[in-house]
Design a protein around this ligand. Structure first.
Ligand code: SAH
Length: 282
């Protein structure tokens, strides 16, 4: 899989690429990342990438021409031209052009999964007040926001999308399955055990948040790790983890429960947790 990032700060990504899974995926050639310096695609002495907004108001706007030229250098034509191309469906499936934008649709694990199936993901990083809207309309397949807050540039957002997407590409994570079994996962509880029947480290999330994790020492700062995790009873461990997932989701992201795959036992647990917390049961 290939990522292309268009930015006025190409140096921004250096540290990010040098560590952990992002680095390993690149050295193992599972992922290629090309960073394109927008200023390369300017032709004036000052290498101007921005200009004042039409209609007045604060700040500057990234000009359309250098961005169009940067995309052109990657062989990406405007959407209308792409639609006319022979086998355009195949071309579209192979490449996604994304505008990083606070006005975009929310980036979620589901979007990451969708992008992990695409051959080439192109991300345009805005700066200042943003990017001339015609670039969005003419070239971009989607606008993505990483959250309801405003960043000063699209670079952090592009790094977030790259990281979350890349780790879902087969072979990138050490444990093939772990992407399915963590927070926001889609795993089916029935297959969420390894050969020995031990629940996987990130067991059957089913749209819930992950359960809490513990490692040695068994006692730390006067706190013992939960006994249930040490007794080797896989059924008990599984039940405990599921309950913890429900507790955490209920406390931090109750909105996720509405869409999560819940069984009868889950519902009973939720009622019990709510009762315990003194919350009214709907
Ligand atoms: N005027 C814009 C904010 C511009 S911030 C607005 O109010 O929506 C400058 C750039 O940072 C944007 O062009 C975008 O590329 C990036 N950016 C800011 N917040 C973002 C977010 N939540 N998600 C993704 N990109 C974001």
């Amino acid at each position: 899989m290939q990522f292309e990032i268009v930015t006025i700060f190409p140096g921004f990504f250096a540290g990010f690429f040098e560590h952990g899974i992002v680095r390993r995926a690149q050295t193992e050639s599972l992922v290629t990342v090309n960073v394109h310096d927008l200023r390369t695609f300017t032709h004036d002495r000052h290498r101007t990438v921005d200009d004042r907004p039409f209609g007045g108001g604060e700040g500057m706007v990234l000009k359309p021409e250098p961005l169009a030229e940067a995309l052109g250098s990657m062989g990406i034509a405007a959407k209308a031209a792409r639609a006319n191309e022979e086998n355009s469906a195949a071309t579209r499936a192979a490449t996604r052009v994304i505008l990083m934008s606070a006005q975009g649709r929310p980036f979620t694990q589901a979007v990451a999964r969708e992008l992990a199936g695409v051959e080439r993901v192109v991300m345009i990083c805005g700066r200042y007040e943003g990017v001339d809207e015609r670039i969005n309309q003419l070239y971009c397949d989607m606008e993505l926001s990483i959250g309801d807050y405003v960043l000063s540039g699209g670079e952090l957002a592009a790094a977030v999308v790259l990281d979350a997407t890349m780790r879902l590409i087969p072979g990138v994570l050490g444990n093939e399955a772990s992407g399915e079994f963590e927070s926001f996962g889609v795993a089916d509880a029935d297959i969420a055990t390894d050969e020995s029947g031990v629940p996987r480290s990130q067991y059957g999330a089913g749209g819930l948040l992950d359960y809490p994790h513990y490692t040695r020492p068994a006692e730390f700062d006067g706190m013992r790790a939960p006994e249930v995790l040490m007794n080797g009873d896989h059924l008990q461990i599984r039940r405990w983890r599921r309950e913890q997932q429900l507790r955490k989701t209920l406390a931090n992201r109750p909105d996720l429960l509405e869409r999560a795959a819940l069984n009868e036992e889950d519902r009973r647990l939720i009622q019990a947790i709510r009762k315990e917390a003194g919350t009214a049961i709907p």
